[in-house]
Design a protein around this ligand. Structure first.
Ligand code: GDG
Length: 534
């Protein structure tokens, strides 16, 4: 006899049943199927030492942090571009030895790595001309449009000799990797460097299962018009080669559908069911807010290495501490954050000498002039504010910059803030806000940009600011520093619970569950594999 419920199902029962159903879908999808992950930056980068030995170091950045965490539990092949001399040399040796896959670390990692090795010129064009200054800038609304960008013959050359061929190299490597498996693997492409790869794989492997997740915002079609028609259409069509295109939040998913409607002539959009019909196929357009691996973040935050940093970091703290943690990246709005701090000190001089603003900054994309200039401008702003307020008697300097790359140090610093400032102009998600919410020990307040994807989840408990609003951001800093402790505690508790509940495993599970469900017909047709067309 079926068991009768003693009470009607609660929201928790329903959540639990839904989670079990999704997990069952994922388990059946991956029972005898592998994952092929592809991203520009790999999970590790290699350094070769004088004795010829290689050491591997985990890469930084939001994508690698999140994807490495979810892949630990799976057998997967990760395809990435060789970015350093060490990577290139390691890839060359692997090829000479007939080693098809590199194991980054024999003991811990279950994924294997394959490098794509473009020439340095092609890589430069793909990464330093198209991906970062063009696509990243476009997708974060970073242009000063009366002056930039200029799309010139040089941009076109970089597109044709860099972006297109490097995407083709990724597609080729992925196809080779697919051929090793009996069942069609799940291909998961990551981000804006690989927009053309999905379409290129589809051409040669019509039954491939392809999902593409875009970590960064997707602007309105009007802004995409700044890219020549051939480029923007190629980007949309490349993505429409996939089965599912995923974004961080619904707004970005919707903008993508509008952009397809505007620039892909033969497609039709079903906004209600969130899909695009194109050339006889249906492409799902979804959103999956990315998060952090709460357990792993805590492990690192309380590791010996992090604790070692905790011994010297307190020299930076003051009675009140404001923290920001970012790559030296224009979209993170670092300079405007300092302007807001300057306004705050001006408007509330009683805080002078008692508050420190610590910026943990990681130099990024230094081969791109805009990034070098931005870092220079950041340093100049810090110098100006310190010169304006420094107290020669007490030795107080209001702004301190900790430069370099160390994930344990970042997490160690996050334990201590009273205010975490995340004022990005626009941000796909922003993992720093979630890490801070999880591990801060002082019931610190998060001042969060309305433009960060994280606002969707954390917006109720953070103090929200409009990214260009210097005055409003200064005021939010003041409000945070003067907030009664009970309110700080209440907000901090809710933020922490929210991040604990929706961690990165859900981001990953939901994508795979959708692949299992929405691509079910298509997976049925895909067995057995190897139906090559060209
Ligand atoms: C992109 C999107 C989206 C590690 N070492 C250092 C360092 N880290 C870690 C941080 C954080 C991550 O890097 C940075 O992630 P964010 O999400 O804040 O930013 P992006 O790198 O721009 O990531 C973003 C993300 O992809 C995932 O989808 O959330 O919107 O732009 O985990 O702890 N950070 C710093 N120094 C280090 O040495 N500053």
């Amino acid at each position: 006899m079926p068991k009768t419920l003693e009470h009607p199902p609660t929201a928790i029962d329903v959540d639990h049943q839904e989670a079990e159903a999704k997990q069952a879908l994922v388990d059946s999808l991956l029972k005898d199927r592998q994952i092929i992950m592809a991203s520009n930056r790999g999970p590790v980068s290699f350094t070769q030492h004088a004795d010829g030995r290689f050491t591997a170091r985990q890469g930084s950045g939001g994508l690698v942090t999140a994807v490495s965490a979810v892949l630990q539990g799976h057998q997967a092949t990760w395809i990435a571009a060789a970015m350093t001399d060490g990577d290139r040399e390691r890839a060359r040796q692997a090829e000479d030895a007939g080693e098809t896959l590199i194991t980054p670390d024999e003991t811990e990692s279950r994924f294997k790595l394959r490098f794509v090795v473009p020439t340095q010129e092609a890589y430069h064009d793909y990464y330093n001309v198209i991906s970062n200054p063009l696509l990243w800038f476009l997708q974060h609304y970073l242009w000063d449009t009366p002056r930039s960008p200029d799309i010139t013959h040089e941009t076109w050359a970089a597109w044709r000799e860099g972006y297109v061929p490097v995407n083709q190299m990724f597609a080729d490597e992925i196809i080779i990797a697919c051929e090793q498996f009996d069942r069609e693997p799940v291909i998961m492409l990551q981000d804006y460097q690989l927009y053309l790869a999905g379409g290129m794989i589809r051409e040669r492997r019509p039954n491939a299962i392809i999902q593409h997740f875009i970590h960064i915002p997707w602007p309105d079609p009007d802004y995409w018009r700044l890219l020549p028609k051939e480029m923007r259409t190629a980007i949309c069509e490349g993505l429409l080669g996939c089965d599912i295109v995923g974004f961080q939040i619904p707004d970005h998913a919707r903008s993508f559908m509008y952009t397809c409607e505007a620039y892909v002539p033969d497609c039709s959009i079903d906004y209600a069911n969130k899909c695009v019909q194109w050339r006889g196929r249906t492409i799902q357009v979804r959103h999956y807010p990315i998060s952090i691996d709460a357990e792993a973040v805590r492990r690192t935050a309380y590791s010996q290495e992090a604790r070692a940093y905790e011994r010297y970091l307190p020299t930076h703290w003051n009675e009140f501490t404001i923290l920001r943690v970012d790559r030296a990246e224009p979209s993170k709005n670092i300079i405007r954050g300092f302007h807001a701090f300057d306004r705050f000190l001006e408007a509330h001089p009683e805080f002078q000498n008692r508050v420190n603003f610590i910026a943990v900054t990681q130099p990024s994309r230094m081969d791109v002039a805009e990034y070098r200039d931005y870092l220079d401008d950041t340093s100049a702003t810090v110098g100006r504010i310190n010169a304006k307020y420094a107290n020669v008697e007490t030795g107080w300097q209001p702004v301190q910059v900790i430069m370099g790359e160390s994930y344990p140090r970042v997490l160690a610093a996050m334990k201590w803030y009273d205010v975490l400032l995340v004022n990005s102009i626009i941000d796909g998600m922003n993992l720093v806000a979630k890490e801070g919410a999880l591990i801060n020990e002082r019931s610190g307040v998060i001042v969060l940009s309305e433009g960060a994807g994280a606002a969707m989840q954390l917006g109720n408990e953070a103090l929200m600011v409009s990214p260009a609003d210097v005055e409003g951001t200064a005021e939010a800093i003041y409000q945070a520093l003067t907030m009664p402790i009970r309110e700080r505690q209440r907000r901090a508790r809710r933020l922490r619970h929210s991040v604990e509940r929706d961690d990165v495993s859900i981001w990953f599970r939901d994508q795979l569950a959708d692949i299992a469900e929405d691509a079910a017909d298509h997976i049925g047709q895909a067995e057995p594999t190897g139906t090559q067309v060209a």
